[in-house]
Design a protein around this ligand. Structure first.
Ligand SMILES: [Zn+2]
Length: 136
């Protein structure tokens, strides 16, 4: 498929765009939870939606169901600091993610867990034009 066709198709199908956006977030960390490193099965809002958190890439991180459910509506850093698996490098990565510096976030995650990050996939994801799109 040509790149132009892809854009056209996504304009017609916003749901497809959201699905790709969600997938790109998981791909970025190699499908691992940003908090604990387990397989990511959900998207977590760092600042909970109930507190005005938006569904933007900067506020949405890949998380496993356990972390996402356990964290619930708690502020992410406050919750994360109390966890057994707390890793300051991951906390820095989340900060970088929220600042929109995804390359720095990825480097910090690689540092925390070198074997699970596929940097080639991640760099492709990062160049994806859909990266900044807002979820519905
Ligand atoms: Zn987790």
């Amino acid at each position: 498929m040509q790149a132009r066709d892809a854009v056209f198709l996504e304009d017609l199908c916003p749901k497809l765009r959201v699905r790709r956006w969600r997938q790109s977030i998981h791909t970025f960390t190699g499908n691992s939870c940003i908090y604990c490193g387990n397989p990511s099965e959900s998207i977590d809002h760092v600042l909970p939606r109930s507190q005005g958190g938006l569904s933007l890439t900067e506020n949405c991180v890949p998380a496993c169901l356990a972390c996402n459910g356990h964290k619930s509506d708690t502020e992410a850093f406050e919750w994360y600091r109390r966890q057994r698996f707390y890793d300051p490098r991951r906390a820095m990565a989340i900060r970088a993610w929220m600042d929109g510096d995804l390359n720095l976030a990825l480097r910090l995650l690689q540092w925390a867990q070198p074997q699970q990050i596929n940097s080639k996939e991640a760099s492709q994801t990062n160049s994806n034009k859909n990266w900044k799109l807002q979820a519905a």
